[in-house]
Design a binder for this molecule. Sequence first.
Ligand code: ADP
Ligand code: MG
Length: 256
Amino acid sequence: MRRLVINNQKGGSGKTTCAVNIAAGLAEKGKKVLLVDLDPGASATIWLLGIEKANTDKDLFDLESGYEIITELAQPTNTRGLDILPFVPIKNKNSKQFKEYPNRSQILKNKFRDFPENIYDYIILDCGPGLNLTTINALAASNELLIPVPTQSLSLYGVISLLETVESVQVKINPDLHITGILACRVDPNLRHNMEVLELLVERFGVLVYNTYIREDVKLAECPSFNQTIFEYDPKSVGANDFRSLVNEIIDKEKS
Ligand SMILES: Nc1ncnc2c1ncn2[C@@H]1O[C@H](COP(=O)(O)OP(=O)(O)O)[C@@H](O)[C@H]1O
Ligand SMILES: [Mg+2]
């Protein structure tokens, strides 16, 4: 079971677009996938389920419950093989018990520890902006990190600060975490600046940069409003093709 977190601390960097369409693309390839929405904005949940399904009394971060809470909260989507764990607010965040819990950055990791291997092939975690306890939990619970980098402006600084966070997570809580890939996204191949940023990424991060880049495609921006993935909304679009090619690269890494 690969646990892949999509993170870049900047908001609007394409995290949710990638998380939803990578998860859906993997499911289209026959994989069993759970998308975990950890963004307080619940954008992946609203995208796939609509706004009304996002409510629950349960708490994913409840210290009393085990891994079963994950399967209990997961809901099927319109894509066969793709379930989503809707965003669930941390209900006991301010309680004394939670504050005093020594491993509060590892609550999710502990839940996945006993999670049966055969339910899902992939767990994809979508994070909100910024670095908070939920994001640290996501980094702690994953073994692979995919960093989407929009190429409209040079945002290497954000990537480098994320790498520092990853290093400290690796040392302190999760030695299994590694960067699985850096993904150039929102690329307009006709704009020289975009291609220069892409070249710079390759120069700086080498083989960590996926061969596939995600081009700017209005269809990708439209499909959430229809509660559809790009593969449902327009399977022949540029965006669908790019995500298909990316998913093949991700699956190729199963062998390594
Ligand atoms: N390749 C793309 N082409 C066109 N629009 C995109 C693309 N990637 C993301 N967007 C749009 O950019 C905005 C931010 O993307 P989003 O995935 O929500 O970022 P984040 O989750 O990092 O906040 C959204 O409106 C989304 O539809
Ligand atoms: Mg998002």
